[in-house]
Design a protein around this ligand. Structure first.
Ligand SMILES: O=C(O)c1ccccc1N[C@@H]1O[C@H](COP(=O)(O)O)[C@@H](O)[C@H]1O
Length: 211
């Protein structure tokens, strides 16, 4: 059965919609350039509402320890999702914080999948995410989709999840086409950048459970 992570939550009502709708994971973004960025105080308030069966995922872009340490505490993080982070740094973060690590692999063309190979044994999950346009301020969360057919027949070096441009209208096709264990969405359940929509969250989670 495929489960879902709802990422970039910033408000109690939308967090509650994700939890009551059956999300397996919720994502808190710690990246100042993102419209979904959370302060430590805001993260602490949200984290306290999350029941034990739902994973709290912290989303970071090549983070330094002076961000990771307080974010892990405030967000009571269960998982660290790392974007644009080199394999050596991923290994150091995993060893230091002893938390499961999901590493994003940005995909546009088949050659991009080569970046997953060095992650074998280093990460707990690979997140195949769409590559955002050259010069974009965000490495994710822009509703960009990649050709899911690129994943066909590849040997995955670790368990994996799928993200990039998913929404309630295409997630069933994504699940059937790729066999993803976990699907991850951010902008596809928003009414504006950084503003989650409870009805879209519910529709997305309904589509995942029906797929
Ligand atoms: O959402 C963000 O602002 C963000 C910032 C920095 C790194 C990753 C971010 N989001 C991740 O992007 C993917 C896909 O998002 P979308 O559904 O295409 O909008 C997802 O994994 C988010 O965790």
């Amino acid at each position: 059965m495929t489960t879902a992570k709802i990422c970039g939550l910033r408000a109690p009502d939308t967090l509650d919609a994700a939890i009551s709708g059956g999300a397996s994971h919720v994502g808190f973004v710690f990246f100042a350039s993102s419209p979904r960025h959370l302060s430590f105080d805001a993260a602490a308030g949200l984290a306290a509402r999350v029941p034990g069966h739902v994973g709290r995922v912290g989303v970071f872009v090549d983070p330094a320890d002076d961000l990771l340490e307080p974010a892990i505490g405030a967000g009571r993080l269960d998982v660290l999702q790392l974007h644009k982070t080199a394999p050596e740094r991923i290994a150091a973060i995993r060893a230091r914080y002893r938390l499961p690590v999901w590493a994003a692999v940005a995909v546009k063309a088949r050659a991009d999948l080569d970046a997953a190979r060095p992650l074998a044994g280093l990460v707990d999950r690979i997140l195949y995410d769409a590559k955002t346009p050259e010069g974009a301020t965000l490495p994710g969360g822009m509703g960009v989709r990649f050709d899911w057919g690129l994943l066909e027949g590849i040997a995955h070096p670790a368990p994996w999840a799928l993200s990039g441009g998913l929404d309630a209208g295409n997630v069933a096709e994504a699940i059937h086409g790729t066999g993803a264990e976990i699907v991850d969405v951010s902008s596809g359940v928003e009414s504006a950048p950084g503003v989650k929509d409870p009805a879209k969250i519910r529709a997305f989670l309904k589509a995942v459970s029906a797929a």
